[in-house]
Structures are given as C-alpha cells and as structure tokens.
Design a protein around this ligand. Structure first.
Ligand SMILES: Cc1ncc(COP(=O)(O)O)c(C=O)c1O
Length: 355
C-alpha cells in the first residue's frame, strides 16, 4: 500500500464513474441559462435541501460569501462563532468583501448556546450596527466534525427569527450531519434562509459547491456570484460531477463515519496518543499527540515518512479524516503505521501518491 492520505475529505480524486459522467454531460453556456446539466443539478440540489432554488458556485468559500453578500447590507451585524470556517478560514471576506460586521459568539466545542446568541443580539440603538444574520455551521469543522443536534439547531434558528434575523447555514458537510444525526437534510434547512453545501468534501467532486434558498434570494446570490467573477460558461462539467455525487455518494458517508469511529478508538488505545471520543461524530479524528513529547511538526513528519499524511492542528493535535478512497483495510494499515511511529520505529513506507 502506498502513502495513505488522511489529511482531509477534500483529498479525493474523481472516480472513473464520476469522470465518465463529466465526459458525457450535455453542455451549454450557463451565463445564458443554457447549460442543461447545470439546470438539472441545481434542480436536484434545491429538491434535496428542500429549498426553492439552488445555484452552483466554485467553492465553499465562494458559496458562503455570495450568501453573506445576498443577505446583508454594508455595516450590518452578523452573529458568528469565531471558530467557524467563515470567520476563521475565509480570509476575512465577511468584512472585506461582504462589508458585514462580525459579532463573535464563541461556541462550546462547536455548539452555540441559544442564550448567549440571544444576549449578543442587541436592541436597536443609534450607536449600534443593525443585527441582520446568524451564521451556523454543521458539521462543525474546528471542533472535530461535531454534529449540531437538530433540537439545538432549531432553538438557535428560533432565537434568531424571533429577533428578526435571517439564518445562514454553512452546511459544507450537511449531508454528513444529517446522516450522523439520523435526520433528513430538509429538517435542518426548514428553519434557515440560506445554505452552502460543498461537493468537494465527502461527496468526492473535484470542485464546486452550491447554495440554496428562496427563488428571490438565489437571484440576489446569482448577482453576487457574477460580481465576484464566478459567472461560468460550460459549467456542466462541474455540475455533472455534482449530479453524480448527489445521486451516488450521499448514503455512503455513513461508511466514512463508521471508519472514523474505528480509527479513533484504535488510535486512542495506542500509548501516548489520545482522542476525545465524545467529539468523533462524523468523518474526522483529532489526535492529541502531546504525550509523545514531539512537536506537531515532528510527529507529522514521522507519520509522513511512515506513509500516513495527516493535517496539523498545533501545538497538540493532528487531524485524520476518512474519505471514499479508504476501506477497512486502509484503517488497519493506518493504525499499524501510527503504532510503529509511536513505538519509535523508523518506518519508510510512504511514496508520493494522492489517495
Ligand atoms: C465548514 C466549511 N465551510 C466552508 C469550507 C470552504 O470550502 P472550500 O474549501 O471549497 O472553499 C470548508 C472547507 O474546508 C469547511 O470545512
């Protein structure tokens, strides 16, 4: 077995079947509304998220941004978890491009507290920006892919709605969340005004995301996408992969979750490694390696030499993420290689490869 890439669920390569779907897709100019594959994809995306309309965009980052632009006016306030992807990892586009004012409300390991959200929504006052939007994220990346339970999600939406705010859901991995929670995606989307869903995570596409909302909202998002330079031509080559993924790669996410759980339990059993098993709820495993006495950079380098690529969460953790290229034997092999590294053996198994 070559190098095993556990860095992220974004590391997948399109399978042969997905490539064939791309190859065979009928195409047209999407800016003229004439790409049949994009139309079919957007209709299915809207249906699966229970929204009136959907729009294909190039990335999750772009999807969140067009939604923020479509929601708010410059200077309006957004209630947002500083550990959310939008706040933490999107280059400040919230403020820099959408012109919105963040009101950070920290989550507790990915879970926002409705009371704290309520307290952060300020009453109208000449001196304050106008609170317009609550941003949610599910699954929650930086907490280890935790799943926000439906009840808590509903409570948070209710707090926002009760105070006249709209709700945007960064559902980059909403299918993971719904499958892990044992509910329909539409139960999560029932109370939100917009959602962004990534095709490039567990769904296995080479690029693309979609946003969904009311017809009127998506018309505004479409203009925002164009303003960002995201208007596309024969975008059916992206949509074809998305269509394939929505039809074939959703239910199999349960396998990623099961394997992540097995991986987490087995890594937690190794000396000097620990995994907070309470937080392993979807496809991510955060491993605390601090008891090995090695820095995150050193530990990651040894793992790479042993043929396991992980991502770093310094100073104490590395992250492993399951995806559709992994099977049960992959997990066995990863555990074996990590165990050898922890025992202090110098293993040289890695070779440059992706999956
Ligand atoms: C929760 C979340 N939102 C948004 C994104 C952004 O997606 P992209 O990398 O396609 O821009 C990511 C990517 O990891 C993510 O984890």
């Amino acid at each position: 077995m070559l190098t095993i890439n556990m860095r992220s669920d974004t590391q997948t390569l399109p399978t042969r079947a997905m490539r064939e779907a791309i190859f065979n897709a009928p195409l047209g100019d999407d800016t003229y509304g004439e790409d049949p594959t994009v139309k079919e994809f957007e209709a299915l995306a809207a249906e699966m998220t229970g929204m009136e309309a959907a729009l294909l965009v190039l990335s999750g980052n772009m999807g969140n941004l067009v939604c923020l632009m479509a929601h708010g006016g410059h200077g309006d306030e957004v209630i947002i978890d500083p550990d959310s992807h939008i706040y933490y990892y999107e280059v400040g586009g919230l403020a820099n491009i959408a012109g919105l004012m963040p009101m950070p409300v920290p989550s507790h390991a990915g879970m926002l507290d409705p009371k704290e959200v309520s307290a952060a929504i300020r009453a109208p006052n000449l001196h304050y920006p106008t609170p317009k939007l609550l941003c949610l994220e599910n699954t929650h990346n930086r907490s280890g892919g935790r799943v926000v339970p439906l009840d808590l999600h509903r409570d948070l939406c209710q707090v926002a709605k009760g105070r006249g705010l709209a709700v945007h859901l960064d559902g980059a991995r909403i299918f993971n969340a719904a499958i892990a929670a044992g509910v329909e995606v539409t139960e999560y989307t029932a109370n939100v005004d917009s959602i962004q869903v990534c095709l490039t995570k567990g769904l296995g596409c080479p690029l693309g995301s979609f946003v969904a909302g009311s017809r009127e909202f998506i018309a505004r998002a479409d203009r925002a996408r164009k303003r960002l330079g995201g208007g596309m031509r024969q975008a059916g080559i992206i949509a074809a992969a998305g269509l394939y993924a929505l039809k074939n790669n959703v239910n199999r996410l349960a396998d990623d979750h099961r394997r992540a759980r097995v991986l987490a339990e087995r890594l937690n059993d190794l000396p000097n490694l620990s995994v907070d098993l309470r937080y392993v709820e979807s496809n991510m495993v955060y491993v605390d390696h601090s008891a090995t006495g090695k820095s995150t950079a050193e530990f990651t380098k040894l793992l790479r030499e042993a043929g396991v690529i992980v991502s770093t969460r310094p100073p104490r953790q590395v992250r492993l993420c399951t995806n559709l290229h992994h099977d049960d034997a992959t997990i066995d092999e990863v555990v074996e290689r990590v165990a050898a590294v922890v025992r202090g053996e110098r293993v040289h198994k890695g070779e440059p490869t992706c999956a």
